[in-house]
Design a binder for this molecule. Sequence first.
Ligand code: FAD
Ligand code: MLT
Ligand code: ZN
Length: 456
Amino acid sequence: LIKQLRAIVGDAHVLVDADLRAPYETDWTRRFHGPASCVVRPASTDEVAAVVRACAAAGAPMVVQGGNTGLVGGGVPGGGEVLVSLTRLTRLEPVDDVAAQVTAGAGVTLEKLHQHARAAGLDFGVDLAARSAATVGGLVATNAGGIRVLRYGSMRAQVTGLEAVLADGTIVSRLTGLAKDNTGYDLTHLLTGSEGTLAIITRVRLRLVPLLPARAVALVALADTDAALALLATARDGLPTLSAAEVFYADGLRLVREHAGLPAPFSEPYPVYVVLECAARTDPTDALLETLAASDAVVDATVASDATGRTRLWTFRETHTEAISAAGVPVKLDVCVPLRALPSLVRDLPATITAVSPAARPIVFGHLAEGNLHVNVLGAEDVSTEVTDAVLRLVAAHHGSVSSEHGIGRAKVAWLGLSRSPVEIATMRRIKDSLDPAGLLNPGVLLPSGSSGAAR
Ligand code: FAD
Ligand code: MLT
Ligand code: ZN
């Protein structure tokens, strides 16, 4: 098989040596790792198809990897798979400025996609802190969310078509990006969010959004999560230019400030912080200031319109992931609850976690507008299953979802049933078994793999 793979992609792009494989075999959080039988780096859809055909003929399972910034262990080997890296599929076609769409290779990073769209006077709607490494293929496969879901939706809302290689090497392709196309099952959106278990995505047709140069960011201090929700309601109703609403708390800010050596944003610490961003063609600062002034939930606030000032305020929120991972290997639980339940979830979390492990230290932050909380627990590595179980059951009790944007990966397979019914899971298994009967694509990811390798 190695010889065949070398014949397809060239010797330089089949890595067998342990040192060469190593960077691909551990995930970003350092929680998940496993040996790959080799790493193969195809450069085109045709090469991906040939690689899959060779692996399928050899009965060799594959794990699909993009930028390896995933946070649920879905892009690293369970042990022994051929690791198919899509990072060489970096072709970016010219922006179609009539349709406001572009076709991007699966290995294009989010940052490069932003640059390409902005150079054409447009923008791309999804943004997240991993932009320098996260790839279009991974973003689609996990239906990533990020900080602009409030305005533009998740990745699924940006995808107008895609090309992918199925588990037998067949290429499905639909890249015209028609605005309306009711001709049978929507394979594009079936593969979006499939986490590498149904096909390998090689190219994606994406919608672009207007480039809004005038931006203003507010960092707002508040007394509690209820006040944060009150501010969100005021901002959502009063600011048509609102494009982001994020929340973090005092202990997360302390960790971020220690890690990044940042000065305090206010003269004293506050319990809760909200970042609001407005984006428009003309300066939205005054409207933002008026909205803050009208909200009695606001305890303190600072607003920036210039790029440097805006980045400085965003840094308090966007450095959370890095600061937490620098403090240890966190148990990361990306959950979503109905907005009304958010304050009680935030209140119930500490006791729920310390009941499992007194030493465990939860840091919570996330995307306020969607009720998406990132529960990162430090000091819980040896009780990660118990902590995960306690938190996800608490979320389910609040009628929430065990995964809001990161996907299920390997991390949450055992808890999928807290958010999906047995009928739904059985139906997903039937789809998986029909598209990947030998269970070769990402075994153990999203759905538990059975004895034959196919999902059971
Ligand atoms: P990988 O990690 O390589 O893979 C992720 C999953 O997708 C795996 O299951 C893999 O098998 C599959 N996959 C990858 N490429 C393909 C392909 N071409 N075809 C089929 N399957 C594929 N996520 C959010 O949603 N919102 C955030 O705000 C956010 N912020 C983050 C901040 C930081 C600092 C970090 C490190 C991560 C963050 N993430 C966030 C998580 C991560 O960036 C996303 O999950 C992203 O979509 C992963 O993209 P990737 O290219 O790194 O994929
Ligand atoms: C974020 O919003 O920063 C991410 O989803 C990353 C995380 O959960 O750490
Ligand atoms: Zn997030």
